[in-house]
Design a protein around this ligand. Structure first.
Ligand SMILES: [Zn+2]
Length: 236
């Protein structure tokens, strides 16, 4: 589909004002950045250009150019003390994209039987091309799911009782959500038997490197920082 045929999916109430009318349709890359900054804002207190560059896997120069563009479009603002933050309008766009992403993942897994560990990238692409009406129809067809297949909430404002594995006490835990949805990461968790809803036990950690020992079923495993950071758990 040619890009110029795309229409903005945000509701009229949160569209840019008349002076911004020529920018009513956002490009895929603008939307990806808005979504990326939204995720980073939940991870760190103050988002820097460097963090955006790392997260988006681009050069610092490209990230900085895009941040300026987002500011011109009224989607983000950059202040010396608070770093880069989405504006209220930017957050509305991000929440809508996040919802579309998570409903699409559910659709791909529940209706099309695609593997749960390999739908994130496809959803990343599709989310820019489907109208809100189509996403709403999928949501209804799916029976209004509350989370994506990785446990992340369809409503980004839903209360989140979970904490990172690295902050968990020793004892019985349950996987609540997984914040890194890359296929290689999810495949590793799948191999370990860790999916949203899986129960396991944290049995201790090493004094150096903080590797965490887990008992999953009758197997013992030791996991490192990436899993400790991106596996969000609750007490079982
Ligand atoms: Zn997901």
């Amino acid at each position: 589909m040619p890009k110029q045929e795309l229409t903005l999916r945000v509701p009229a109430s949160c569209r840019p004002r008349s002076e911004d009318q020529k920018q009513r349709a956002f490009s895929e890359s603008v939307e990806e950045y808005v979504e990326g900054i939204f995720r980073l804002q939940k991870e760190v207190d103050s988002v820097s250009t460097g963090e955006i560059a790392t997260y988006m896997q681009v050069s610092a120069g490209s990230a900085s150019t895009m941040v300026k563009k987002l500011a011109e479009m009224g989607l983000a603002e950059h202040s010396p003390y608070q770093g880069i933050r989405l504006t209220e309008f930017g957050e509305k766009v991000a929440k809508q994209l996040t919802r579309a992403h998570r409903i699409l993942e559910r659709f791909l897994v529940d209706e099309l039987d695609l593997p749960w560990d390999d739908v994130h990238e496809l959803a990343c692409k599709l989310e820019h091309y489907l109208s809100e009406d189509v996403i709403d129809k999928m949501d209804t067809k799916l029976g209004h799911p509350t989370t994506c297949p990785h446990g992340n909430p369809v409503d980004p404002d839903a209360p989140d009782p979970s904490f990172r594995l690295q902050a968990a006490p020793v004892g019985k835990l349950k996987v609540f959500r997984i914040s890194d949805e890359r296929v290689e990461f999810l495949r590793r968790l799948d191999d370990l038997g860790l999916r949203p809803g899986s129960e396991f036990e944290a049995t201790g950690s090493t004094p150096v490197d903080k590797l965490i020992h887990l008992k999953i079923g009758d197997q013992t495993h030791t996991v490192g920082n990436e899993i400790a950071r991106h596996l969000w758990v609750v007490l079982a």
